[in-house]
Design a binder for this molecule. Structure first.
Ligand code: C2O
Ligand code: CU
Length: 474
């Protein structure tokens, strides 16, 4: 256990001040390779978060000593700062006004999309809501963050290329979270990249990549391959998890430990539940607590295990993602996780609620597979016209032999159970996996006016047609 220093009393003192900062109690430990820097808030008003973000070329070593050219977000409030993967985290309190001065330092056009945030349509950052930000140009995003939860931001231009190259970053909106007694809180962004033997990002896109979404040969947590995540024995950590991969489904497991799911896309779940395996589809978030009963000096790997996502993808066996390394004991007792957390009212669907059928199909075209929603493919789709305030059911019929994680911009929805009633297990969702050869129903109430995209979050599928537009009118 190199360089671990136990300072008696410090953990307690830090716990007391962590209510605000949420700094890990292990802050006295060596630098944490999994820590994500926060964007600099340049506005003195405590209710306004004003930051500057640039998308820029950068270099990262996925293989030691062999730098890869990547694209990454950097904190543009700090002159000369370097891009990181993930990009610096945007942190706000529920109800805050957020202002983001964005500059594009890339050689191609891009945008910023605020995945999961309910905001004014003009600020959504999709190509259906704004002109792309040209190289060298800037755009100011302004929105209010209404919901506490774990979100993320990424481009909405050539997502399969731009997100793969490293453009993604966490966004956390804090509500009252003192109900969760934890010794550290982290945001873990899981991803994979396809790296050549000289350490560079592979630019060669094969048929498997377009069919399944590119699965890489290097698994990453917060941009790092197999690092050590140091925890305190007897502690309990809160991990906010997002899957930023183009196509890989992560089914996470920590041998001998369980995850307690406390939140998902739209904040706290109504009733925390335990699971030993946690499936996170591309675009989804899960917020879990993990009890750490192991002994100081022991270690255990966080793994991703096989998940049958379709098309007979072979089972490579469990793959390690990082090592959890047990450090000094936490001495204070931890309060139990409450039995109930989020207040999520079920949407009042009835047999009379209008149901819209959305069929997800894959089609063999001469230039490779193409992905359709109801016989249409983006960008040649006709928007679906709906009325603000209406509650409807989307019946998503997946006829393909593979899963599609389905995402709607700008609003949350509730998946329905077998009886056709809202399944509130994971609270409000904005991304939900629709399993191969199956139908999933969800209930959604149309909220803010404007053109909202919906699509599969396997980025190659989205870019190859599986996107649509929803026009909400008065
Ligand atoms: Cu992560 Cu169109 O979204
Ligand atoms: Cu898909």
């Amino acid at each position: 256990m190199r360089r671990l220093v136990a300072v008696p009393g410090l953990a307690l003192a830090l716990a007391a001040c962590s209510a605000q900062s949420r700094a890990p109690e292990s802050a006295a430990l060596p630098p944490d390779p999994y820590e994500i820097a926060h964007l600099t808030d340049t506005n003195p008003d405590p209710r306004v978060v004003e930051v500057s973000v640039a998308a820029a070329p950068a270099q990262i070593e996925y293989l030691t000593g062999k730098p890869a050219d990547v694209w990454a977000y950097r904190d543009a409030a700090i002159a000369g700062s370097k891009g990181t993967i993930p990009g610096p985290m945007l942190v706000a309190n529920q109800g805050d006004d957020v202002i983001v001065h964005f500059t594009n330092e890339l050689p191609e056009s891009t945008t910023l999309h605020w995945h999961g945030i309910r905001l004014d349509n003009t600020m959504d950052g999709s190509t259906s809501t704004q002109q792309v930000v040209m190289p060298g140009a800037s755009f100011d995003y302004r929105f209010k963050v209404k919901d506490a939860g774990s979100f993320w931001f990424h481009p909405h231009v050539r997502g399969d290329v731009q997100i793969e190259r490293g453009l993604y970053a966490p966004l956390v909106v804090r509500g009252d979270e003192s109900v969760l007694d934890v010794t550290a809180e982290r945001y873990l962004v899981v991803d994979d990249v396809k790296v050549t033997s000289d350490g560079r990002l592979s630019t060669d896109t094969d048929e498997m990549d377009t069919m399944m979404g590119r699965q890489g040969n290097v698994l990453l947590v917060n941009g790092k391959r197999m690092g050590e995540l140091r925890v305190q024995a007897g502690g309990r950590e809160r991990w906010r998890i997002v899957n930023a991969a183009n196509g890989r489904f992560f089914k996470l497991r920590l041998a001998g430990h369980a995850f307690t799911v406390v939140g998902s896309d739209g904040g706290f779940v109504p009733a925390p539940y335990r699971t030993e395996e946690l499936l996170v589809a591309p675009g989804e978030r899960y917020d879990v607590t993990v009890d750490l009963p192991g002994a100081e000096g022991t270690r255990v790997a966080l793994q991703t295990v096989y998940y049958d996502r379709g098309h007979d993808m072979p089972d490579p066996g469990p793959k390690p993602m990082l090592d959890v390394v047990y450090g000094p004991r936490v001495t204070r007792p931890l309060a139990p996780i409450p039995a109930t957390l989020g207040a999520v009212a079920p949407l009042p669907v009835t047999p009379a609620t209008l149901a819209r059928r959305m069929e997800l199909r894959e089609v063999d075209a001469t230039d490779g597979p193409r992905f359709y929603i109801n016989d249409q493919y983006w960008p040649f789709n006709t928007p679906l016209m709906v009325k603000q305030g209406d509650l409807e059911i989307w019946e998503i019929v997946n006829t393909a032999a593979m899963d599609h994680p389905f995402h709607i911009h700008g609003m949350f929805f509730q998946p329905l159970d077998a009886r056709g009633q809202p399944d509130l297990t994971n609270g409000w969702k904005d991304t939900v996996n629709v399993k191969q050869k199956s139908t999933l129903k969800l209930a959604v109430r149309y909220e803010a006016l404007g053109m909202w995209m919906f699509h599969c979050h396997i980025l190659e599928h989205a870019e190859r047609g599986m996107m649509g537009d929803l026009m909400i009118m008065k």
